[in-house]
Design a protein around this ligand. Structure first.
Ligand SMILES: [Zn+2]
Ligand SMILES: [Zn+2]
Ligand SMILES: [Zn+2]
Length: 318
């Protein structure tokens, strides 16, 4: 992992500005063209615009929360806040499942890409096909057909990797800013000192004076938001590690010190977005997996597959 981080460090200087949606599609269309060996596809392009590095994770992902037309009809859904509704619609109205959807870096771009691509052929061309003896609402019916769009298809895999790379670039640009910016100024989480200078200086103070170690600033991103989250937790008198709530500040600090709970619990997945490592590998995601019909369905399918029952018939790409 250190090697990977070093390599990324070296690459940081290349990331001069946030790449826009147009470049995402330009890239993925190239992938698609290589695969198909033809120029026969049109991908949606948006107007290029220079973007500023997002200040916090909310700003970064708000960009993805725009209404996008469904892959297979004209209905529109906001890809972050209405994601669950969208996935349910895909399943019940179109019998389509997107595999590992929580690991798609930008569902908005993913859906736009595949919507355009689906114009060029039947679903079977791009999706695994499966037959089940049930309708989407659970009624018995022989040989009902379902589709799954996943990275089994090389073109899908490349698209996912491209989107992941774009997001990583945004993250690294933000990190570069945080590393260089000297104007950080916030009150210390634990004492009355005003922490000023770089974010690394602030982290150093927390580690040195309060034995509160968040790790190297190089491994972190959106440090302001991270410290704000920690501040809120402490304000609510909650232990950072075990989440237990206390009635007074003194008891909380005593508890965290004695139990060695003055650190972030790696199991608190809502903190994953502040650690660079979670953006590095495809297939890793800080996004919470929502339990909905979609995933129950996938689990069901996997179960069938493992049990040697009905499986996906993966069709070979041309
Ligand atoms: Zn639809
Ligand atoms: Zn302090
Ligand atoms: Zn605790």
């Amino acid at each position: 992992m250190l090697g990977a981080l070093a390599a990324l460090d070296a690459g940081v200087s290349d990331v001069e500005e946030t790449e826009t949606e147009s470049t995402i599609f330009a890239d993925t269309s190239t992938c698609a063209m290589d695969l198909e060996g033809s120029m026969g596809m049109l991908v949606p392009l948006s107007f290029p615009q220079k973007q500023k590095a997002p200040k916090n994770t909310k700003e970064l992902f708000e960009d993805d929360d725009v209404a996008v037309e469904c892959l297979l009809c004209k209905l529109e859904f906001k890809m972050e806040s209405e994601q669950k509704m969208f996935l349910k619609h895909l399943f019940t109205d179109h019998r389509l499942v997107i595999g590992d959807v929580n690991q798609v870096a930008s569902l908005k771009s993913y859906v736009k890409f595949w919507k355009a691509r689906f114009q060029s052929g039947p679903l079977e061309e791009f999706c695994s096909v499966m037959k089940m003896d049930t309708t989407p609402d659970g009624k018995y019916s022989k040989d009902e057909v379902y589709f799954m769009l996943s990275d089994i298809l090389p073109e899908d895999k490349q698209l996912r990797e491209g989107l992941q790379r774009k997001r990583l670039n945004v993250i690294l640009e933000r990190q570069k800013f945080e590393r260089e910016d000297m104007t950080y100024s916030q009150d210390c989480l634990f004492c009355r000192k005003k922490l000023e200078g770089t974010r690394a200086d602030a982290l150093e103070h927390l580690a040195e004076y309060h034995n509160f170690n968040l790790g190297r600033s190089d491994n972190l991103v959106f440090i302001d938001e991270l410290l704000e989250q920690i501040h809120l937790r402490l304000q609510n008198l909650r232990c950072l590690f075990c989440n237990n709530q206390f009635y007074e500040k003194r008891a909380l600090s005593e508890h965290m010190r004695k139990k060695q709970h003055k650190c972030i619990n790696p199991e608190h997945t809502e903190m994953d977005k502040y650690f660079i490592v979670n953006y590095l590998e495809i297939g890793k995601s800080w996004k919470e997996v929502e339990v909905c019909l979609h995933f129950i369905f996938i689990r069901y399918v996997l179960h069938l597959e493992l049990a040697g029952g009905a499986g996906w018939s993966s069709r070979t790409r041309r």
